[in-house]
Write a protein that binds this ligand. Structure first.
Ligand code: ADP
Ligand code: MG
Length: 487
């Protein structure tokens, strides 16, 4: 038997087939019925330690398995062996031996060889899959999208080693490490909350990486809420909820990012609730992130809210200056950007509340230096960041109002008028919100800038938009406008 790999997987020599252990893994993973119907009818065409070719007796079963079990097979294959390519093919049922559905390895098909006739590689519905290979999956006959997404890939760089800690985030980081070291046994669920760009995704993916590293047998599923919702929607639409459930409920660690986007989506909430219960009862770990605390999540069922409160809730606060500086330096180190402390400090002082923007500034400075063939010094950083970040004094309510009017395609005069229709009222609220956030103007000043409105109107508008930032549309509008304003 080959040596253990880093993750404890086995590199099998060519004389040892992978199909038997793989089949056992699939038997454990799938329902009895799914296994009996689909997996046990496969024949082994080749299993030589480099390539595993499995045959299916009809194009229907080939399509079905490609469509429904492709990902499970791939995943289990990756967990029992490394570097083996998987291909599914159509084999001619009539020519297959009676015991075609056995574990017998049929070897390389040749013209004079007895055994199932193997369809040409271009055969309908065949696919090849490996960790790095692209899939050749034919579109299912009924145009159903491939399902489910299995998992959203994680960013390799989001590990605990690259996560800088300081007073603003050390509790969250410690909880995350504890969860990664004892999945299902320390804090369950772990609820990580923090505003956008403060490292939620980084931290929970670090959990995923560490669990995969330390417990290669455990299945980690990282998923954005958006993808989860999509899976549920297609599951309902194409009557595949059972499969989706099977996938979500068979993992050891389920990580769902940005759970606030599940607000108001009833079917997804119900599915999440049951998935949560199934995993929790089985002592499997659940981790979620959100930009709001559970009680602030509007449109969220009470029963889910209460589940979140069973575990540990930790928050990520905007990092203090020292932590921001350490983050800038670490990022510079990783990306091999030569950076003096003076410049690191300057960048850390310029951006206070969003680590993503902090990194953005560093990248911008580095890119500018490279393009103009200059070395990075404080003068260069200042001039680059001056363009990037107008100081609060430069940005006025008038500029914001104009930009908002332009963005929503309404007239400035209408925003300043007394009109109350939604088409005007909503952009007006957004304008007031942005004025407050980015100009430092008082509410009476903002009211004035919008055609002499009362200060309470400006205040209400600010609160209203703040409380709606979890709605994808509102958030998208605000983020896009902010991007334009800050550039
Ligand atoms: P969120 O999910 O909260 O919006 P992300 O996890 O996407 O934020 O983080 C934004 C960026 O900032 C990422 O590139 C991430 O690596 C980086 N980042 C955030 N916090 C830290 C930290 N404490 N140390 C290092 N990098 C960080
Ligand atoms: Mg995120």
């Amino acid at each position: 038997m080959g040596g253990e790999t880093k993750r404890g997987r086995v590199n099998r020599s060519s004389s040892q087939g992978i199909w038997i252990p793989l089949k056992e893994a699939l038997r454990r993973r799938l329902t009895e019925q799914a296994f009996a119907t689909w997996i046990s009818q496969m024949v082994v065409v080749r299993d030589d330690g480099r390539e595993l070719i499995l045959g299916l007796p009809s194009s229907f079963s080939l399509d079905w398995v490609s469509d429904h079990y492709r990902y499970v097979i791939e995943q289990e294959l990756a967990s029992v062996a490394s570097g083996i390519t998987l291909e599914l093919r159509l084999v001619d049922h009539e020519e297959a031996p009676t015991r075609a559905y056995s574990d017998r390895t049929l070897g390389t098909p040749g013209p004079n060889r007895a055994g199932p006739r193997v369809a040409p590689p271009s055969g309908r519905g065949g696919f090849r899959a490996a960790a790095t290979a692209t899939h050749r999956v034919t579109a299912p006959a009924d145009n159903r999208p491939p399902l489910p997404s299995a998992h959203t890939p994680m960013n390799e760089r989001y590990t605990f080693q690259t996560f800088v800690t300081g007073p603003s985030n050390e509790l969250a980081a410690a909880a995350a490490q504890s969860v990664a070291d004892h999945p299902g046994r320390s804090y369950n669920p772990l609820f990580v909350f923090g505003r956008v760009g403060l490292g939620k995704t980084h931290l929970i993916q670090a959990i995923g990486h560490r669990v995969r590293e330390r417990f290669p047998d455990k299945r980690v599923q990282y998923q954005t809420t958006e993808q989860f919702v999509n899976d549920v929607v297609s599951g309902i639409r194409f009557e595949r909820m059972d499969e989706i459930r099977g996938i979500y409920r068979s993992c050891d660690v389920l990580i769902i990012d940005d759970i606030q986007f599940i607000s108001g989506k009833e079917a997804s909430q119900a599915e999440f609730f049951h998935t949560f219960n199934a995993l929790y009862d089985a002592k499997k770990q659940v981790v979620v992130t959100s930009d709001k605390l559970p009680h602030e999540l509007r449109g969220l069922e009470e029963r889910i809210r209460s589940r979140f409160q069973w575990g540990l809730i930790v928050d990520l606060q905007p990092p203090e200056l020292e932590t921001r500086m350490a983050i800038v330096k670490k990022k510079a180190e990783t990306d091999e950007i030569p950076l003096s402390d003076e410049v690191a400090l300057f960048i850390a002082q310029s951006i206070r509340s969003n680590v993503r923007e902090l990194e953005g500034c560093l990248i911008r400075v580095a890119a500018y230096a490279k393009l103009t063939n200059q070395e990075i010094n404080i003068g260069l950083a200042k001039s680059v960041l001056k363009d990037l970040l107008p100081s609060k004094g430069q940005l006025t309510c008038d500029v914001i109002v104009k930009m908002v009017a332009n963005f929503f395609d309404v007239k400035v005069a209408d925003l300043k008028s007394a009109k109350r229709g939604r088409m005007i009222a909503y952009p007006r609220q957004v304008a007031m919100f942005l004025c407050r956030r980015h100009t430092g103007s008082s509410y009476p000043e903002i009211g004035n800038a919008l055609g002499g409105k009362d200060h309470t109107t400006a205040l209400n508008a600010f609160n209203r938009i703040s409380s709606r930032l979890d709605e994808p549309d509102v958030r998208r509008h605000v983020e896009e406008l902010e991007r334009r304003l800050l550039n």
